[in-house]
Design a protein. Structure first.
Length: 201
């Protein structure tokens, strides 16, 4: 019997956006994964949650974003754990619960570039297959990620697949700024027209 191939996609999802969904759909349809486990972080070790958006709000938004994506499963595993949301700890727990399951990581190029500095990052590189989604755009960037993958493979024996799917230029930071700007504009309009009581905080 073949074991289940599961990919993990972690992050703050603050907010979740189209690039996240596209990454998961590509992994399921093109890379042969049986499921993708999406894991919003409670206390991300690499950067704080901008705006202190509550974990339950980010979880609800993420579930809504992936609703209807067959094979995608949003988990609150990291939200139920105390302390920092370390990928190594999450993988260790999942492997202990499902020893016959094959786990891989999905991540953007920016995350792979800092992987060696993660908590037990070198062990992750040695032990866990990964799929990296290269940045979209500038000439030479694909060469950059190829060189990075070659170096990590040589140094750690890392098993890294470069997805033939350039990351879309969407960032959660930019979305938050756009949403904040739109909210302020709407509020100003409602105040100017005497309809501010209809504004939703």
């Amino acid at each position: 019997m073949n074991s289940c191939r599961t990919a993990l996609l972690g992050g703050t999802f603050n907010p979740p956006h189209l690039a996240h969904v596209s990454m998961v759909e590509f992994a399921l349809s093109r890379l042969g994964f049986d499921r993708v486990l999406i894991l919003p972080a409670a206390d991300p070790p690499h950067k704080p949650v901008a705006g202190n958006v509550p974990a339950d709000v980010r979880l609800a938004l993420t579930r809504r974003a992936f609703d209807g994506v067959l094979g995608a499963q949003v988990s609150d595993l990291e939200l139920r754990r105390e302390g920092k949301s370390y990928t190594y700890d999450t993988l260790s727990l999942l492997r202990s619960e499902s020893p016959d399951e094959e786990f891989s990581l999905l991540l953007g190029q920016d995350m792979l570039e800092t992987m060696e500095h993660w908590y037990r990052g070198e062990e992750l590189l040695r032990q866990t297959p990964m799929v990296v989604y290269p940045r979209q755009g500038e000439e030479g960037e694909l060469g950059d990620v190829k060189a990075l993958v070659a170096r990590l493979s040589e140094t750690y024996g890392a098993r890294i697949t470069i997805a033939a799917f350039p990351m879309q230029l969407i960032s959660s930071t930019a979305l938050r700024e756009q949403l904040a700007g739109a909210y302020q504009a709407c509020t100003a309009f409602l105040q100017a027209t005497g309809k501010a009581s209809y504004a939703i905080a």
